[in-house]
Design a protein around this ligand. Structure first.
Ligand SMILES: [Zn+2]
Length: 416
């Protein structure tokens, strides 16, 4: 019951993406500030750059203050000359090891290899209390303590999305690769379990959201949105069809399905090469717009989702509401930095406009939109987060005359 209450509350809040709003802003900013320094120093000191082999497995000793030392097996994505590292573990998790906590590194002499689904599942089961199970599909590992049927429904939905996502971008010339790491989705039985996990991961604002994707852990976390837990007699399981019907009958179904799909789009984007994690030159408006472009549910379909690029009525309404007060430089402020996503007063309209912009670009300029995304995704992380750089990247692909583009944008959205 409490699940339903929360859901209804959530649909009036910006439930979408904590990736952008919390994790990206706090942790990612700190990280990239260091990365920028790192790469500048590597350029100056060539021999240092040659010391680190990017696809080699290293033993990294971490000594966090007040806690016992730990050894991480990982590859090193970047190094600072003060001795801090950005590392990526075999599970796909990334973390920054500060100079203070760093206890040294040793090459193992072995190449870096991502874990298999079985290794990832085994590792996560050790982390969670008894009662958690895993379900694997072709690309996803679902770790859950809710019903088997709900976990399977998620896996089917994610695989369907994965297939549609790759097919969609291929049409417009994107060269995507298979995810290097198994894609992990954690599904908690209750909102309390989910909030506890979010607190452990230091994700802020989780109480206002029904799911999130973390760029650091590379995992999605949600909780069972059906409200059926505890309502099923012991020993009984709902079949997937019954379960889907139970989900879709709920008043908040549209947003529930949208949120699950939204977070999975982030995960697939960042693991297929369409976008890169930790890239500050990538506007939050673009990541969020992309996720919203794909999320629109189709409640008439058997899974609740049936495709890409439907009009997102929820976000269209947010954007229309914003139009009466929309300043003439709105497109520029949306792209040049992420501040509109960080302010409670402006976040809703920023999401609405981000959806509208992605919808406009994808429908009217799909090849240019794909080329723009590819340009951002293939650029080294060295790029400084520079407002002017973001605008010139945008102009490079969509034309220098942003006032003209803005007029076409508004005209196009007015017809939807
Ligand atoms: Zn999002």
């Amino acid at each position: 019951m409490s699940t339903n209450t929360v859901l209804l509350k959530a649909i009036r809040l910006p439930v979408y993406c904590p990736t952008a709003v919390t994790v990206a802003v706090s942790k990612r900013m700190a990280l990239l500030r260091i990365l920028v320094i790192i790469w500048a120093s590597l350029a100056a000191s060539h021999s240092q750059a040659e010391d680190i082999q990017t696809n080699t497995l290293y033993k990294i000793i971490v000594k966090p203050s007040g806690r016992p030392a730990a050894v991480h097996l990982a590859r090193i994505l970047a190094e600072d000359d003060d001795g801090s590292y950005l590392i990526e573990e075999q599970s796909g998790q990334q973390q920054l090891v500060s100079a203070v906590a760093s206890g040294g590194i040793q090459a193992t002499g072995q190449p870096f290899q991502a874990w298999t689904k079985e290794q990832v599942a085994e590792d996560l089961l050790k982390r969670f209390p008894q009662g958690f199970k895993t379900h694997s599909s072709k690309h996803f590992v679902i770790v859950y303590n809710t019903t088997d049927a709900y976990a399977k429904w998620n896996a089917v939905l994610f695989e369907r999305l994965h297939k549609a996502f790759y097919a969609y971008w291929k049409r417009f010339g994107a060269e995507l690769h298979e995810p290097e790491f198994p894609l992990v989705s954690l599904i908690f039985e209750s909102r309390d379990d989910y909030l506890k996990y979010a607190a452990e991961e230091k994700v802020q604002g989780a109480e206002n959201m029904i799911g999130f994707y973390s760029m650091q852990t590379n995992r999605i976390a949600t909780y069972d949105l059906t409200g059926v837990e505890g309502m099923i007699p012991d020993g009984q399981r709902l079949s997937t069809t019954e379960l889907v019907n139970a989900i879709l009958r709920q008043p908040a179904a549209e947003r529930s399905v949208a949120t699950v799909v939204h977070e999975a789009v982030h995960q697939i984007s960042f693991n297929s090469g369409l976008q890169q994690r930790l890239a500050l030159h990538n506007p939050v408006a673009i990541s969020e717009g992309l996720a919203m472009y794909f999320e629109s549910p189709d409640l008439r379909s058997s899974s609740g989702w049936n495709g890409i690029g439907n009009v997102n009525k929820y976000n269209l309404a947010l954007f229309r509401h914003y139009l009466s007060n929309r300043p003439s430089n709105s497109l520029i402020t949306l792209i040049q930095d992420d501040t509109r996503f960080q302010n409670a007063q402006t976040v809703n309209s920023a999401y609405g406009e981000a959806w509208a912009l992605s919808y406009f670009l994808a429908k009217t300029r799909p090849k240019e939109f794909t080329a723009y995304l590819t340009d951002l995704a293939t650029r080294p992380l060295t790029t400084v987060n520079d407002d002017k750089q973001r605008i010139s990247d945008f102009q490079k692909h969509f034309g220098a005359d942003l006032a003209k583009l803005d007029r076409e944008f508004l005209k196009f959205i007015a017809r939807q």
